[in-house]
Design a protein around this ligand. Structure first.
Ligand code: FAD
Ligand code: NAP
Length: 510
């Protein structure tokens, strides 16, 4: 069933108005919510003014359409008339106008690369650029790829393959040492085989239509010290392969990650448990023939069709509990991904997610995020400041730090919530603090009942200076922050005022 929000949707605090990362937030007029936009796109109204025709757009033509009531923008070689969308844009009209009459791909990627504009703006499509201002993603000629990378990026990986009677092994030589099992994501569907390796900010893709059938299960091995990844496929028939297969889109490309599209696979909902009155633990199962491990501190995008439009929102995978030991993933591939998700009754996406039945599907993207695990190396004190579901990235960070960082002396979590009923995994946190003396948790409530004897209020310099005691001036400290955008922004400012350096602070944002 579709949740149709009220006319005042989205509300003053809606995520649809609140862009993360401190960008401008612009109140939308009544009747200009995402749902209203979807309704307009389905109304059959001619939104381009071209009566359904698609045209080739020259650069000169594009430049002419640079006014609010006649605004064309090019994204990845496709031109959209965004004038009808102006009033619906959560970032405001001025933000859209920055790309008026020009190629807005870079601006778009900086702000929200993950938004599925193809689906949201499909009724606004004017046509393709006749003279492309930039090559579409992944289509740079090889010489150009190499030239760019030689100057600024890591050296390009390569791949090879060999076979025995029953196995085919694809070897990716990354030429990097800090490679592990979460660096490579493998998807095999029908005859299409796709292995994306993430190396720093770059992505290397092996993408082929295999020449012969293989079995469902495969294994992925990483030889860390030489940066070699081996993907071992099992042949369905013991015949000799003459070639691995036919190259597919972007095969053997090595390009900045920001220039790649997000790849999704359909995952099945296998369980859904209440955690608090409004937050649930969702467990999704990856499809067979997928290898995907979400790195600590990173998030993915979940995608669902809502009234025919694909809607995408970010979520941060957690462990199934705070007590699942942080193990090195073992073969066969990990197949479950857990999420703690708060359901907002008046929200756009979460009520739809909540409607899913066990066995239903939701698409899950490749991971994204700028947390780097090496930030935890040699750490002595780890401080986690979380508000509401801002707790989610802390789960894996906490678990990883307690299990893998021998230098760790203390981990302290300050967890901000409205009431006691809102605290996610309270008893698990208390048990963990009892079991592991390095861990301490402090709950701070903004609207407690009169029985509450703990800390009260909002994030403040007084609370922080009391909480963030470093052992010595030289001890290695990391403070992680996550919650509603204003919480994170205020927290960052307070931490700078308390003289913590930029390297000692990590804020989780989209
Ligand atoms: P929205 O439609 O965006 O609404 C959100 C708020 O607006 C709610 O308070 C809602 O009640 C209010 N609202 C909506 N309509 C109205 C109305 N008509 N009147 C008054 N108020 C209204 N969330 C998690 O739960 N778990 C995670 O692991 C997680 N990870 C994230 C990771 C990242 C990197 C980021 C940026 C966000 C993450 N989030 C997470 C938040 C998540 O992406 C969504 O923003 C959230 O689920 C809300 O989505 P929604 O569409 O249901 O709500
Ligand atoms: P919430 O329940 O609304 O708020 C949690 C606590 O923070 C409450 O005590 C609340 O106080 C307080 N708070 C809210 N706004 C504040 C502000 N401006 N300054 C100080 N304190 C403030 O939180 P939620 O609904 O779970 O939302 C969690 C947020 O975290 C969402 O915005 C989500 O997008 C974000 N998130 C981000 C990531 C990420 O970027 N990686 C991951 C997960 C979640 P009151 O309610 O009393 O005002």
């Amino acid at each position: 069933m579709l949740n149709v929000p009220s006319q005042s949707f989205p509300g003053p605090s809606s995520q649809q108005r609140v862009a993360s990362g401190g960008r401008s937030k612009v109140p939308l007029k009544q009747g200009r919510s995402l749902m209203d936009w979807i309704r307009l796109t389905k109304s059959g109204k001619d939104l381009t003014g071209l009566k359904g025709r698609l045209i080739e757009v020259t650069e000169e033509e594009l430049k002419k359409h640079n006014k609010k009531d006649d605004c064309w923008i090019c994204i990845r070689g496709f031109v959209y008339n965004v004038s009808p969308y102006m009033e619906y844009h959560p970032g405001g009209e001025d933000e859209l106008m920055r790309a008026a009459g020009s190629d807005g791909t870079d601006l778009f990627d900086q702000v929200h690369r993950w938004v599925n504009y193809e689906s949201m703006l499909k009724e606004c499509l004017v046509g393709r650029m006749a003279m492309k201002p930039a090559f579409p993603k992944g289509m740079l000629p090889q010489s150009q790829v190499t030239d760019t990378l030689a100057k600024e990026g890591p050296s390009s990986p390569s791949y090879d393959w060999f076979q025995t009677d029953s196995l085919v092994t694809i070897v990716i030589y990354t030429k990097q040492k800090d490679i592990n099992l979460d660096s490579v994501i493998v998807d095999h569907r029908d005859d299409s085989f796709r292995a994306e390796t993430v190396i720093k900010d770059y992505s290397y893709l092996v993408h082929v239509a295999l020449s012969h059938e293989i079995q469902e299960d495969f294994s992925v091995l990483v030889v860390e010290n030489v940066g070699k990844i081996e993907i071992v496929l099992k042949k369905k028939e013991n015949t000799s392969w003459k070639c691995l297969g036919h190259p597919q889109e972007n095969h053997n490309s090595f390009i900045p990650k920001k220039d790649t599209g997000l790849f999704y696979r359909k995952c099945q909902l296998v369980s859904k448990e209440d955690v608090t009155h409004d937050t649930k633990l969702f467990c999704l199962m990856l499809p067979p023939s997928t290898h995907l491990e979400v790195p600590v501190g990173q998030h993915v995008y979940l995608r669902l069709p809502i009234t025919g439009t694909e809607i995408v929102k970010p979520y941060t995978p957690v462990c199934d509990s705070l007590f699942s030991e942080f193990k090195e993933p073992v073969l066969p591939n990990n197949i479950y991904i857990y999420f703690l998700i708060k359901i907002y009754p008046a929200g756009f996406f979460t009520p739809e997610l909540d409607q899913l039945q066990i066995g239903d599907y939701v698409s899950v993207s490749n991971p994204e995020g700028n947390f780097i695990i090496s930030q935890l190396q040699e750490l002595e004190d780890l401080f986690l400041l979380a508000a509401g579901t801002g707790f989610t990235p802390m789960v894996k960070v906490l678990n990883y730090a307690l299990t893998n960082i021998p230098s760790l002396r203390k981990v302290k979590l300050m967890f901000f919530n409205k009431t006691e009923d809102d605290i996610i995994w309270r008893s698990q946190l208390e048990k963990l603090a009892f079991k592991d003396k390095r861990f301490e948790v402090e709950f701070v409530l903004s609207a407690p009942t009169s029985e509450w004897s703990g800390k009260q209020g909002y994030i403040s310099p007084a609370l922080l200076s009391e909480f963030l005691k470093r052992r010595s001036d030289t001890s290695k400290v990391l403070i992680c922050l996550c919650g509603p955008t204003p919480f994170t922004e205020q927290g960052m400012k307070m931490l700078h005022d308390l003289n913590f350096s930029k390297d000692e602070i990590h804020s989780f944002t989209a």
